[in-house]
Design a protein around this ligand. Structure first.
Ligand code: F6P
Length: 551
């Protein structure tokens, strides 16, 4: 059987010594409270921080000491993080199971840079597509691009799913402040027809442009929604010939399938197989973002992504933001047995950021075999989840503060509000500081009693504390800032994948369900077709058949 495609992508089977040393270190540290750590080392809140590329990262409220950081950095080194970073940026085929390079960083490389894939410089192609996207966006935004009836385009509907939806919708919501407010942007992803119906219910087909976004252009949901969109558009335009050319553009790596759907090659924006779906928002998949915020601000976003890429590529491991974040997440995941990470943006515009991160983190690192196909020796990808603050405080924070689970939290906040109103922003930011402080230090039984709390109520009002968090601060949510945050998590995920020696860039785990669904669809459509599943699945199919009146 053929082995791994290249050597830089794998490492020796031996478990790095640092895992064992960290394990011993964890035994000493696990009973130590953050109160003690701050008491014994009052300056740690100043020292265990990092300022880079316009972000302030406070990691002092983690259950770590300087020794922990040294050991974690050693783990990164022994696991080959520096070599793997180099291999990724160089364009080596580090996505071993798909034999592909992983070069989302090339999507934001400046004009004039040179990155080779199979001997070919990809940077000129990247910029050629960006230029076409910019030209198209300008034409749509200025009204130069007209719909079939001659009306200007006022509505843009992105049709895609997974990486072809979550990045675009997250970025649109995050950068709404900078968007063209005279236009409407909608996102259709679910094969549930309600998603499409609600997205277009108040739109005029004559003023609506669909961007069909799909890396493969074969995805069931997207192709079904695209067909429905075409039918809806043509029905609204009296089945006019030539309407599709004015109302549909595509973003894909599959030119043939795009042509087959009936979209002109001139209206297709290309990207490449070395861009993973969940890493694609800085590719042409970002077309809806570019139409919304304009080419200049899209370019600022790419600039922010690139700044973080360069920081990740060049900063020493111990001063490297994504590396530190990745190591800390692994520290809780692998030594404390934490199952999840909560991402808590105190910025309403980032409301879809946790959902975006779910695909990025869990599709990347939800793996149980190593690059060599052997069972992993550690727990891998934690569950990412979250909601914007302060809303979450009034729902699930109870469990984080007083529940039985350890949930490391990432707080994200900005010094300046985008919509200043009175005291709102100080109140918002006060809550970030307060939550991180409360989680770390808690409230002892003595403190509770000292407030005159009756004895029986004391245990209920105690906050154990010792709950770790990172606080990530920036000056203001701008397109560049969003780019930095996205690249920060992209590279933290990669760092973790290297520690666990897994392929963070494939996603075979999504296949089986897709194949089974293809078999079941005709069985639901044809009530006479025999069923040969297990008894539970057979019964479920019969229930649905009966429910729709065909059995
Ligand atoms: O089902 C998972 C997945 O393959 C993701 O990795 C991807 O982002 C999504 O489906 C959509 O794929 P496509 O862009 O090819 O339609």
């Amino acid at each position: 059987m053929a082995g791994p495609a290249n050597k830089t992508a794998t490492r020796a089977a031996a478990k790095p010594q640092a895992w064992k040393d960290l394990s011993a270190h964890h035994k000493k540290l696990r009973g130590v409270h953050l109160r003690e750590l701050f008491h014994d080392d009052p300056q740690r809140g100043e020292r265990l921080t990092l300022e880079a590329v316009g972000l302030y990262f406070d990691y002092s409220k983690n259950r770590i000491t300087d020794e922990t950081v040294d050991l974690l950095v050693r783990l990164a080194r022994e696991s080959g993080v520096p070599e793997r970073i180099e291999a990724m940026f160089r364009g080596d085929k580090i996505n071993l199971t798909e034999k592909r390079a992983v070069l989302h960083t090339a999507l934001r490389a400046p004009r004039g840079a040179s990155i080779l894939v199979d001997g070919k410089d990809v940077v000129p192609e990247v910029h050629a597509v960006l230029d076409r996207m910019a030209d198209f966006s300008r034409r749509v935004r200025t009204g130069e691009w007209k719909g079939h009836t001659g009306k200007r385009i006022r509505n843009v509907v992105n049709v895609g799913i997974g990486g072809s939806d979550l990045g675009p919708v997250m970025a649109y919501e995050a950068l709404k402040h900078y968007s063209e407010r005279s236009m409407t942007f909608r996102f259709v992803s679910n094969v549930d027809s309600t998603d499409f119906a609600e997205a277009v219910q108040d739109l005029d087909a004559a003023e609506t442009l669909f961007i069909i976004s799909s890396k493969t252009f074969t995805t069931l949901e997207t192709m079904t929604n695209a067909e429905t969109a075409r039918a809806w558009c043509l029905a609204g335009l009296g089945n006019a010939e030539g309407a599709v050319a004015k109302h549909f553009v595509a973003v894909s790596t599959n030119a043939q399938a795009v042509a087959k759907f009936g979209i002109d090659a001139a209206n297709m924006f290309e990207f490449w197989d070395w861009v993973g779906g969940r890493y694609s928002m800085s590719s042409a998949i970002g077309l809806s973002t570019m139409v919304a915020i304009g080419p200049e601000q899209f370019s600022d976003m790419l600039g922010g992504l690139h700044e973080m890429d360069e920081h990740f590529r060049t900063a020493p491991l111990e001063r490297n933001l994504p590396v530190l974040m990745g190591l800390l997440a692994a520290w809780y995941n692998d030594f404390f047995g934490a199952e999840t990470v909560a991402v808590l943006p105190y910025e309403q515009y980032l409301k879809r950021f946790p959902a975006y991160l779910q695909q990025l983190t869990m599709e990347s690192n939800g793996k149980s075999v190593t690059l060599a196909g052997k069972p992993v020796a550690h727990k891998t990808g934690p569950i990412f989840w979250g909601e914007p603050g302060t809303n979450g405080q009034h729902s699930f924070y109870q469990l984080i503060h007083q529940g039985t689970r350890l949930i490391p939290c990432d707080f994200i906040a900005f010094a300046q509000p985008l919509n200043p109103r009175g005291r709102h922003h100080d109140m918002l930011v006060a809550n970030v500081c307060a939550q991180a402080e409360a989680l770390a230090f808690g409230k002892t039984a003595e403190q509770v009693k000292a407030q005159g709390t009756p004895e029986w109520l004391v245990p209920h009002r105690v906050f154990e504390g010792n709950r770790p968090s990172n606080v990530i601060l920036g000056d203001r949510l701008t397109p560049a800032m969003l780019g930095k945050l996205v690249a920060l998590y992209e590279h933290a995920v990669f760092t973790q994948g290297v520690l666990w020696n897994i392929d963070s860039f494939d996603q075979w785990g999504v296949e089986l369900g897709k194949v089974l669904a293809q078999r079941i669809i005709p069985e639901l459509e044809n009530a006479d077709s025999p069923l040969a599943h297990d008894s539970s699945t057979n019964r479920l199919i019969q229930y649905f058949r009966k429910g729709k009146g065909t059995a």
